[in-house]
Ligand binder design. Sequence first.
Ligand code: OSB
Ligand code: MG
Length: 381
Amino acid sequence: MKENEPAPVWMTEPLGDIARIELLTVRLPFIAPFGTSMATWDCKEALLVRLEDRGLVAWGECVADPDPYYAPETTTSARHIIREFLLPGLTPESSLAGFLNGWKRVRGNEMARAALENALLDLLAKRRGLPLHALLGLAPRRVMSGISIGLQESVPALLAKVEEAVASGYHRVKMKIGRGKDVAWVQAVRGRFPALALMADANGDYSLEDAGLLAGLDEFALTMIEQPLSYHDIYQHSLLQARLKTALCLDESIHSVDDAAAAIALKSCRVINIKQGRVGGLLEAMRMARLCAAHGIPAWSGGMDETGIGRALNIQLQAAPGFTLPGDTSETRRYFKEDIVEPPVVLDGEGFIAMPTGPGIGVEVIEKMVEKYLLERERIK
Ligand code: OSB
Ligand code: MG
């Protein structure tokens, strides 16, 4: 799907009647709390979109958290936006392109958009019996793995986590950093693992006054530092990037292709973390990856500790050109004792993750498990 190519049939033909539309919130306990500089979560609360149509069930997962600590959207705000402002425009005559185009009046709320777009794409793929990557015109490929290790209580605890990740075969390790848990902590990890592909994610914990401190990370050969400055800044990152040897990567402050273009033009970063759930869905994520590739900016697929639904979407996305670096796609077993899909994500002997070949997202949602972890279920249609 290039800009100059005609839109595929599934984009322009009527979506037809969808018999049942539901919004569900689930809450899955994490095996261990996930700590970042802005929040610590001990469970994954996710809003799911469920579409049922002539024996097919399609799913979308919203990456918003129950709180506004990573991003302004929440599971509750996304439910409100989907119910009141995104779904009402849907008629059996709507095409996907027309329906998505009708959302132009709605500003922001990319996480809500992505969840509904995901579910519709899953449905369109399942109607054709195609895996999502095939619907999107992409050849399957196994994807690189990467792990995001949360803030730990102590340096030895962190070293133990990194040790475990290295032994599991991950292609790169990301460690969370924050004020007071930065230079010495990175130094300790680098000291123990001199050749490891290692990066650090600050989730916006620093300001430009910390440029000297952050330059102290330059000697540790990090592949990149992710989002050191504010969650909505692009400009100040350009000033910081000019003062660092280490590549910067933006996450929180990139919501659209236009944001990515601004960051590239300003030289605010040398790498971009593309989370389909943060940028409004798979289609925008693919456009962003194409933009990055055209500018020689490596990109990778981020994660939001998703359930197996969102994890499968992130894997399908990585069939797209432009995802040249290992992302935050890791095994199910490090998050959950039980997931709501089967099979779980596992690494192969070389640390890669297989692309599911089943229809749509390619994994089976186990409705019994959804029921088990259900907080709220609302039928819209
Ligand atoms: O900043 O990338 C982030 C998880 C939740 C919110 C923000 C982030 C993260 C991660 C974990 O780093 C990625 C994952 O394992 O899915
Ligand atoms: Mg991040």
